[in-house]
Design a protein around this ligand. Structure first.
Ligand SMILES: Nc1nc2c(ncn2[C@@H]2O[C@H](COP(=O)(O)OP(=O)(O)OP(=O)(O)O)[C@@H](O)[C@H]2O)c(=O)[nH]1
Ligand SMILES: [Mg+2]
Length: 305
């Protein structure tokens, strides 16, 4: 596993890796974001609809505490409509205005623009009262690979920001004008110093927000298989039939071997090509080809005392 000294780390602890990724460009990006806050009227936090809790960067709480904030559940096409609705209701109960969205395809850009403009209305009104037409400035933030740049391009109607199906594509801020009265700032995806909750960190890895080359991909894919087996066993078996025959469904190796047998990933001498199986599985999950599902559901409410 390649280790960039002082840039990122990923430790192996008793056979199970600690998932973490905090490269230097994120430290720099966080600093630049702090400096730019004075220019910003609204913060648009983008999360992946499959793992909204895992995507929430705890640093954002203090960073944006004096800002108007809204949330966009992007990639909602890769989750289930039921889970999307539950998440919107959950965040709304917490006083967070959230909207589900698909930044690729034909989703209406008008809805997203009015969502941001509505959030910024108190600022706009203040200026209107003084007889000034103000341009609303919104900063688009989130962890890597959730679709920040794609969202901005969608709203702009042209590909202004660089996008890609891997984390860490955007390296610096970029302003994009959406209309006469709306500008969006694209920012690099930000994680935080230590991913304390490793259950949520797993989800961040599953959705492709951590670079695969700083992780043990076979282990990550195996953990994903074990989770999907619990969430949607039928869909999983439809895609990888031989998983139906696996007896030990709680262990990484037999599950990965089940994928190898399903796809014929067997090298000479009968050796399973588990690395190939791991990469294919992660690719197929991330593209929504196995199942459209949430990895997390809103925490259930505390019963009344
Ligand atoms: N299915 C689906 N894919 C999406 C959606 N939005 C973005 N993507 C894809 O997700 C990948 C990441 O998109 P980016 O816009 O580069 O993500 P980002 O948040 O800017 O990533 P960083 O710049 O690395 O932080 C790309 O392959 C997009 O095509 C969506 O709503 N649905
Ligand atoms: Mg980007």
């Amino acid at each position: 596993m390649p280790f960039g000294v002082g840039v990122f780390y990923c430790m192996e602890v008793i056979g199970v890796q600690t998932i973490n990724w905090y490269p230097g460009h994120m430290t720099k990006a966080k600093r630049s974001l702090e400096e730019d806050l004075k220019l910003i009227d609204v913060v648009v936090e983008i999360v992946d609809a499959r793992a909204p809790l895992a995507c929430r960067n705890p640093d954002f709480e203090s960073l944006f505490k004096n800002k108007i904030r809204v949330m966009l559940l992007n990639k909602s096409d890769l989750s289930s409509p039921k889970a999307n609705k539950e998440w919107i209701a959950y965040f709304s109960k917490q006083g967070i205005s959230a909207m589900e969205y698909v930044s690729i395809g034909a989703n209406a850009r008008k809805n997203a623009i009015s969502f941001i403009e509505k959030a910024g209305e108190p600022v706009l009104k203040k200026y209107r009262d003084k007889g000034v037409s103000k341009t609303l400035r919104a900063m688009v933030v989130g962890i890597p690979n959730v679709g920040k740049s794609t969202f901005i391009n969608k709203l702009a109607g042209v590909a202004r920001a660089k996008t890609g199906d891997k984390p860490g594509v955007t390296r610096g801020k970029q302003w994009v004008r959406i209309s006469q009265y709306l500008e969006l700032m694209d920012t690099p995806g930000l994680l935080w110093g230590k991913l304390d909750d490793q259950e949520l960190a797993k989800h961040i890895a599953f959705i492709g927000s951590i670079r695969d080359d700083v992780m043990n991909v076979e282990e990550i894919a195996g953990l994903l298989l074990i989770d999907l087996d619990k969430i949607c066993r039928e869909d999983l078996i439809k895609r990888y039939a031989k998983l139906a025959e696996v007896e030990d469904r709680e262990s990484i190796e037999p599950m990965l071997e089940g994928v190898c047998r399903s796809r014929g990933f067997i090298l000479s001498g009968g050796v399973y090509d588990t690395e190939r199986a791991a990469r294919i599985l992660l690719d197929e999950f991330r593209a929504g080809r196995i199942v459209k599902t949430a990895l997390e559901l809103p925490p259930s409410e505390e019963p009344d005392a």
